[in-house]
Design a protein around this ligand. Sequence first.
Ligand SMILES: Nc1ncnc2c1ncn2[C@@H]1O[C@H](COP(=O)(O)OP(=O)(O)OP(=O)(O)O)[C@@H](O)[C@H]1O
Ligand SMILES: [Mg+2]
Length: 310
Amino acid sequence: METEIIVTDSLTKFYGKIRGIEDISVKIPSGGVGFLGPNAAGKTTLIRTLLGIIRPTRGSAQVLGYDIRHEINEVRDRIGYVPEFNTSFIPDTTAMSFVAFCGRMNGLSYPESKQRASDSLFYVGLGEERYRKFDTFSLGMKQKVKLAVALVHDPEIIICDEPTNGLDPSGRVQMLELIRNLQIDEGKNVILSSHLLRDVEKTTDYALVISEGEILAKGNIRELTANKRSTVSVKVKSKYNDLLEALEVNGLNVWTDGAFIEVEKTPAVEKEIFIIANRIGVDIRYLGSRSRSLEDVFVSLFKEQEVQIH
Ligand SMILES: Nc1ncnc2c1ncn2[C@@H]1O[C@H](COP(=O)(O)OP(=O)(O)OP(=O)(O)O)[C@@H](O)[C@H]1O
Ligand SMILES: [Mg+2]
Protein backbone atom coordinates (compact mmCIF):
# COMPACT_ATOMS: atom_id res chain seq x y z
CA MET A 1 0.00 0.00 0.00
CA GLU A 2 1.34 3.36 -0.98
CA THR A 3 1.64 6.12 1.54
CA GLU A 4 -0.40 9.29 1.22
CA ILE A 5 1.35 12.49 0.23
CA ILE A 6 -1.63 14.82 0.48
CA VAL A 7 -4.73 14.55 2.63
CA THR A 8 -7.57 17.06 2.33
CA ASP A 9 -10.67 17.44 4.44
CA SER A 10 -13.67 19.36 3.07
CA LEU A 11 -11.29 21.68 1.25
CA THR A 12 -13.37 24.49 -0.21
CA LYS A 13 -12.64 27.70 -2.08
CA PHE A 14 -15.27 30.15 -3.25
CA TYR A 15 -14.30 33.24 -5.20
CA GLY A 16 -17.10 35.39 -3.85
CA LYS A 17 -20.10 33.40 -4.99
CA ILE A 18 -18.23 31.45 -7.65
CA ARG A 19 -17.34 27.92 -6.63
CA GLY A 20 -13.71 27.00 -7.28
CA ILE A 21 -13.70 23.74 -5.33
CA GLU A 22 -16.13 22.47 -2.71
CA ASP A 23 -15.80 19.87 0.00
CA ILE A 24 -12.85 18.04 -1.45
CA SER A 25 -11.86 15.23 0.92
CA VAL A 26 -9.24 12.99 -0.61
CA LYS A 27 -6.12 11.05 0.20
CA ILE A 28 -3.64 11.36 -2.63
CA PRO A 29 -1.29 8.39 -2.86
CA SER A 30 2.43 8.63 -3.51
CA GLY A 31 3.69 8.05 -7.04
CA GLY A 32 1.95 9.64 -10.00
CA VAL A 33 -1.49 11.20 -9.85
CA GLY A 34 -3.49 12.97 -12.54
CA PHE A 35 -5.91 15.78 -11.77
CA LEU A 36 -8.22 15.23 -14.68
CA GLY A 37 -11.13 17.48 -15.51
CA PRO A 38 -12.61 19.78 -18.13
CA ASN A 39 -12.05 23.54 -18.19
CA ALA A 40 -13.23 25.33 -15.05
CA ALA A 41 -13.34 22.05 -13.10
CA GLY A 42 -11.27 23.50 -10.27
CA LYS A 43 -7.88 21.86 -10.95
CA THR A 44 -5.85 25.05 -10.71
CA THR A 45 -7.82 26.19 -7.68
CA LEU A 46 -7.05 22.92 -5.90
CA ILE A 47 -3.34 23.18 -6.76
CA ARG A 48 -3.04 26.83 -5.73
CA THR A 49 -4.85 26.10 -2.49
CA LEU A 50 -2.46 23.26 -1.68
CA LEU A 51 0.45 25.60 -2.35
CA GLY A 52 -0.96 28.26 -0.03
CA ILE A 53 -1.26 30.77 -2.89
CA ILE A 54 -5.00 30.82 -2.27
CA ARG A 55 -6.47 30.62 1.22
CA PRO A 56 -9.23 28.04 1.52
CA THR A 57 -12.70 29.33 2.37
CA ARG A 58 -13.01 26.35 4.69
CA GLY A 59 -11.58 22.90 5.22
CA SER A 60 -8.00 21.80 5.68
CA ALA A 61 -5.17 19.93 4.00
CA GLN A 62 -1.82 18.42 4.87
CA VAL A 63 1.01 17.97 2.43
CA LEU A 64 3.54 15.36 3.60
CA GLY A 65 2.07 15.87 7.05
CA TYR A 66 2.43 19.68 7.02
CA ASP A 67 -0.63 21.86 7.39
CA ILE A 68 -1.27 24.26 4.50
CA ARG A 69 -2.60 26.98 6.81
CA HIS A 70 0.07 26.93 9.50
CA GLU A 71 3.16 25.34 7.96
CA ILE A 72 3.08 26.67 4.43
CA ASN A 73 6.86 27.22 4.22
CA GLU A 74 7.43 23.54 5.04
CA VAL A 75 4.90 22.68 2.34
CA ARG A 76 6.47 24.91 -0.31
CA ASP A 77 9.97 23.60 0.42
CA ARG A 78 8.73 20.17 -0.59
CA ILE A 79 6.77 21.06 -3.72
CA GLY A 80 8.04 22.07 -7.13
CA TYR A 81 5.36 23.87 -9.12
CA VAL A 82 5.02 24.27 -12.85
CA PRO A 83 2.31 26.93 -13.14
CA GLU A 84 -0.34 26.91 -15.83
CA PHE A 85 0.58 30.29 -17.27
CA ASN A 86 3.96 31.66 -18.16
CA THR A 87 5.94 32.85 -15.21
CA SER A 88 7.40 36.27 -15.77
CA PHE A 89 10.94 35.64 -16.83
CA ILE A 90 13.51 38.27 -16.06
CA PRO A 91 14.39 39.85 -19.41
CA ASP A 92 17.82 39.47 -20.90
CA THR A 93 18.76 36.54 -18.65
CA THR A 94 20.18 33.15 -19.49
CA ALA A 95 18.28 30.00 -18.58
CA MET A 96 21.07 29.15 -16.12
CA SER A 97 20.93 32.40 -14.20
CA PHE A 98 17.13 32.35 -14.09
CA VAL A 99 16.91 28.81 -12.73
CA ALA A 100 19.78 29.47 -10.31
CA PHE A 101 18.03 32.65 -9.13
CA CYS A 102 14.89 30.60 -8.43
CA GLY A 103 17.07 28.16 -6.49
CA ARG A 104 18.38 31.04 -4.37
CA MET A 105 14.77 32.13 -3.75
CA ASN A 106 14.16 28.60 -2.51
CA GLY A 107 16.95 28.89 0.02
CA LEU A 108 19.85 27.26 -1.82
CA SER A 109 23.35 28.64 -1.31
CA TYR A 110 25.01 30.34 -4.30
CA PRO A 111 27.19 27.34 -5.30
CA GLU A 112 24.33 24.92 -4.70
CA SER A 113 21.99 27.00 -6.83
CA LYS A 114 24.51 26.99 -9.72
CA GLN A 115 25.01 23.25 -9.51
CA ARG A 116 21.33 22.42 -9.15
CA ALA A 117 20.35 24.81 -11.97
CA SER A 118 22.82 23.12 -14.26
CA ASP A 119 21.66 19.62 -13.25
CA SER A 120 18.00 20.54 -13.67
CA LEU A 121 18.54 22.11 -17.09
CA PHE A 122 20.46 19.05 -18.24
CA TYR A 123 17.68 16.87 -16.88
CA VAL A 124 15.01 18.61 -18.96
CA GLY A 125 17.19 18.45 -22.05
CA LEU A 126 18.42 22.04 -22.16
CA GLY A 127 21.99 21.41 -21.05
CA GLU A 128 23.49 22.64 -24.30
CA GLU A 129 21.31 25.74 -24.35
CA ARG A 130 21.68 26.66 -20.72
CA TYR A 131 23.70 29.81 -21.39
CA ARG A 132 21.30 31.04 -24.03
CA LYS A 133 18.95 33.91 -23.23
CA PHE A 134 15.59 32.44 -22.88
CA ASP A 135 13.80 35.32 -24.58
CA THR A 136 15.05 33.43 -27.61
CA PHE A 137 13.54 30.08 -26.49
CA SER A 138 10.56 28.43 -28.14
CA LEU A 139 7.41 27.80 -26.11
CA GLY A 140 8.37 24.16 -25.67
CA MET A 141 11.80 25.17 -24.34
CA LYS A 142 10.23 27.70 -21.99
CA GLN A 143 7.96 24.98 -20.61
CA LYS A 144 11.07 22.89 -19.96
CA VAL A 145 12.71 25.81 -18.15
CA LYS A 146 9.60 26.02 -15.96
CA LEU A 147 10.04 22.34 -15.15
CA ALA A 148 13.74 22.93 -14.37
CA VAL A 149 12.69 25.71 -11.97
CA ALA A 150 10.27 23.31 -10.27
CA LEU A 151 13.10 20.80 -9.83
CA VAL A 152 15.85 23.13 -8.69
CA HIS A 153 15.34 22.71 -4.93
CA ASP A 154 14.99 18.93 -5.27
CA PRO A 155 11.39 18.75 -4.00
CA GLU A 156 9.59 15.52 -3.13
CA ILE A 157 6.43 16.49 -5.03
CA ILE A 158 6.26 18.10 -8.45
CA ILE A 159 2.94 19.61 -9.50
CA CYS A 160 2.56 20.39 -13.19
CA ASP A 161 -0.52 22.40 -14.15
CA GLU A 162 -1.39 21.77 -17.81
CA PRO A 163 2.29 21.59 -18.81
CA THR A 164 1.53 20.59 -22.40
CA ASN A 165 -0.69 23.57 -23.21
CA GLY A 166 0.31 25.05 -26.53
CA LEU A 167 2.92 22.40 -27.32
CA ASP A 168 3.04 20.57 -30.64
CA PRO A 169 2.69 16.74 -30.64
CA SER A 170 6.41 16.03 -30.23
CA GLY A 171 6.72 18.70 -27.54
CA ARG A 172 3.81 17.11 -25.67
CA VAL A 173 5.34 13.66 -25.83
CA GLN A 174 8.70 14.96 -24.57
CA MET A 175 7.11 16.86 -21.70
CA LEU A 176 4.95 13.93 -20.60
CA GLU A 177 7.92 11.57 -20.78
CA LEU A 178 9.99 13.88 -18.62
CA ILE A 179 7.20 13.95 -16.05
CA ARG A 180 6.72 10.20 -16.13
CA ASN A 181 10.47 9.63 -15.78
CA LEU A 182 10.61 11.89 -12.77
CA GLN A 183 8.25 9.45 -11.14
CA ILE A 184 9.68 6.19 -12.46
CA ASP A 185 13.43 6.91 -12.50
CA GLU A 186 13.83 9.62 -9.89
CA GLY A 187 11.22 8.38 -7.42
CA LYS A 188 9.44 11.74 -7.29
CA ASN A 189 5.77 12.17 -6.55
CA VAL A 190 4.23 13.77 -9.57
CA ILE A 191 0.87 15.48 -9.99
CA LEU A 192 -0.20 16.25 -13.53
CA SER A 193 -3.22 18.46 -14.08
CA SER A 194 -4.82 18.14 -17.48
CA HIS A 195 -8.10 18.30 -19.37
CA LEU A 196 -6.86 15.53 -21.66
CA LEU A 197 -7.52 11.97 -20.64
CA ARG A 198 -4.84 10.71 -23.01
CA ASP A 199 -2.12 12.83 -21.46
CA VAL A 200 -2.96 11.65 -17.98
CA GLU A 201 -3.25 8.01 -19.09
CA LYS A 202 0.24 8.17 -20.57
CA THR A 203 1.80 9.72 -17.52
CA THR A 204 0.22 8.49 -14.32
CA ASP A 205 -1.61 5.37 -13.18
CA TYR A 206 -3.91 7.05 -10.70
CA ALA A 207 -6.35 9.90 -11.27
CA LEU A 208 -8.74 12.21 -9.50
CA VAL A 209 -11.52 13.15 -11.86
CA ILE A 210 -12.65 16.67 -11.01
CA SER A 211 -15.75 18.37 -12.33
CA GLU A 212 -17.55 21.52 -11.24
CA GLY A 213 -15.39 21.84 -8.16
CA GLU A 214 -15.95 18.32 -6.89
CA ILE A 215 -14.24 14.96 -7.07
CA LEU A 216 -16.31 12.83 -9.37
CA ALA A 217 -14.20 9.70 -9.20
CA LYS A 218 -10.78 8.56 -8.09
CA GLY A 219 -8.69 5.49 -8.62
CA ASN A 220 -6.67 3.58 -11.12
CA ILE A 221 -7.22 5.15 -14.54
CA ARG A 222 -7.65 1.82 -16.26
CA GLU A 223 -10.37 0.83 -13.85
CA LEU A 224 -12.04 4.22 -14.14
CA THR A 225 -12.14 4.12 -17.91
CA ALA A 226 -13.27 0.49 -17.89
CA ASN A 227 -16.27 1.65 -15.90
CA LYS A 228 -17.05 4.23 -18.53
CA ARG A 229 -20.17 2.31 -19.49
CA SER A 230 -23.45 4.05 -20.09
CA THR A 231 -25.63 3.93 -17.02
CA VAL A 232 -29.06 4.88 -15.87
CA SER A 233 -29.15 6.46 -12.42
CA VAL A 234 -31.94 5.55 -10.01
CA LYS A 235 -32.89 7.25 -6.78
CA VAL A 236 -35.53 5.88 -4.43
CA LYS A 237 -37.44 7.21 -1.46
CA SER A 238 -36.77 4.19 0.73
CA LYS A 239 -35.90 0.48 0.49
CA TYR A 240 -32.71 1.34 -1.34
CA ASN A 241 -31.06 -1.98 -0.51
CA ASP A 242 -34.16 -3.96 -1.47
CA LEU A 243 -34.15 -2.47 -4.94
CA LEU A 244 -30.41 -2.92 -5.30
CA GLU A 245 -30.74 -6.58 -4.45
CA ALA A 246 -33.79 -7.13 -6.67
CA LEU A 247 -32.07 -5.55 -9.67
CA GLU A 248 -29.03 -7.76 -9.14
CA VAL A 249 -31.14 -10.88 -8.72
CA ASN A 250 -32.81 -10.03 -12.03
CA GLY A 251 -29.46 -10.06 -13.74
CA LEU A 252 -28.94 -6.31 -14.16
CA ASN A 253 -25.44 -4.96 -13.79
CA VAL A 254 -25.61 -2.50 -10.90
CA TRP A 255 -23.29 -0.52 -8.70
CA THR A 256 -23.79 2.36 -6.36
CA ASP A 257 -22.16 5.45 -4.91
CA GLY A 258 -24.37 5.34 -1.84
CA ALA A 259 -26.87 7.91 -3.11
CA PHE A 260 -27.80 6.65 -6.55
CA ILE A 261 -28.04 3.15 -7.94
CA GLU A 262 -26.32 2.97 -11.30
CA VAL A 263 -27.64 0.38 -13.74
CA GLU A 264 -25.81 -0.52 -16.91
CA LYS A 265 -27.75 0.65 -19.94
CA THR A 266 -29.30 -2.07 -22.04
CA PRO A 267 -32.29 -1.78 -24.40
CA ALA A 268 -35.47 -1.06 -22.42
CA VAL A 269 -33.60 -1.12 -19.10
CA GLU A 270 -35.71 1.77 -17.77
CA LYS A 271 -38.91 -0.23 -18.24
CA GLU A 272 -37.33 -3.25 -16.59
CA ILE A 273 -36.28 -1.17 -13.55
CA PHE A 274 -39.84 0.17 -13.19
CA ILE A 275 -41.34 -3.33 -13.38
CA ILE A 276 -38.93 -4.72 -10.76
CA ALA A 277 -39.43 -1.71 -8.45
CA ASN A 278 -43.18 -1.97 -8.80
CA ARG A 279 -43.13 -5.68 -8.02
CA ILE A 280 -41.31 -5.15 -4.71
CA GLY A 281 -43.21 -1.97 -3.83
CA VAL A 282 -40.40 0.57 -4.16
CA ASP A 283 -41.18 4.17 -5.21
CA ILE A 284 -38.73 5.55 -7.70
CA ARG A 285 -38.02 9.25 -7.24
CA TYR A 286 -35.61 9.69 -10.10
CA LEU A 287 -34.62 7.62 -13.09
CA GLY A 288 -32.41 8.91 -15.87
CA SER A 289 -28.95 10.26 -16.61
CA ARG A 290 -27.47 12.55 -14.04
CA SER A 291 -26.36 15.89 -15.41
CA ARG A 292 -22.66 15.37 -14.75
CA SER A 293 -21.92 11.68 -14.65
CA LEU A 294 -18.43 10.29 -14.88
CA GLU A 295 -19.34 9.23 -18.37
CA ASP A 296 -20.30 12.77 -19.41
CA VAL A 297 -17.01 14.06 -18.12
CA PHE A 298 -15.03 11.41 -19.95
CA VAL A 299 -16.99 12.09 -23.12
CA SER A 300 -16.09 15.76 -22.90
CA LEU A 301 -12.44 14.87 -22.19
CA PHE A 302 -12.35 12.60 -25.22
CA LYS A 303 -14.02 15.24 -27.37
CA GLU A 304 -11.44 17.82 -26.44
CA GLN A 305 -8.75 15.32 -27.28
CA GLU A 306 -10.18 14.89 -30.76
CA VAL A 307 -10.20 18.62 -31.28
CA GLN A 308 -6.57 18.78 -30.17
CA ILE A 309 -5.40 16.01 -32.48
CA HIS A 310 -6.88 17.32 -35.73
N1 LIG B 1 -9.45 34.45 -9.52
C1 LIG B 1 -10.67 33.99 -9.75
N2 LIG B 1 -11.76 34.77 -9.55
C2 LIG B 1 -13.02 34.32 -9.76
N3 LIG B 1 -13.30 33.06 -10.19
C3 LIG B 1 -12.27 32.25 -10.42
C4 LIG B 1 -10.90 32.65 -10.21
N4 LIG B 1 -10.09 31.62 -10.51
C5 LIG B 1 -10.90 30.60 -10.88
N5 LIG B 1 -12.21 30.98 -10.82
C6 LIG B 1 -13.38 30.14 -11.13
O1 LIG B 1 -13.27 28.92 -10.39
C7 LIG B 1 -13.69 27.83 -11.19
C8 LIG B 1 -12.54 26.81 -11.27
O2 LIG B 1 -11.48 27.40 -12.01
P1 LIG B 1 -10.05 26.72 -12.17
O3 LIG B 1 -9.18 27.71 -12.86
O4 LIG B 1 -9.61 26.22 -10.86
O5 LIG B 1 -10.40 25.50 -13.13
P2 LIG B 1 -9.42 24.56 -13.99
O6 LIG B 1 -9.91 23.19 -13.80
O7 LIG B 1 -8.02 24.85 -13.65
O8 LIG B 1 -9.75 25.03 -15.47
P3 LIG B 1 -8.78 25.08 -16.77
O9 LIG B 1 -8.73 23.70 -17.33
O10 LIG B 1 -9.53 26.02 -17.67
O11 LIG B 1 -7.46 25.61 -16.33
C9 LIG B 1 -14.10 28.39 -12.53
O12 LIG B 1 -15.50 28.57 -12.54
C10 LIG B 1 -13.40 29.72 -12.58
O13 LIG B 1 -14.12 30.65 -13.35
MG1 LIG C 1 -6.43 25.45 -14.72
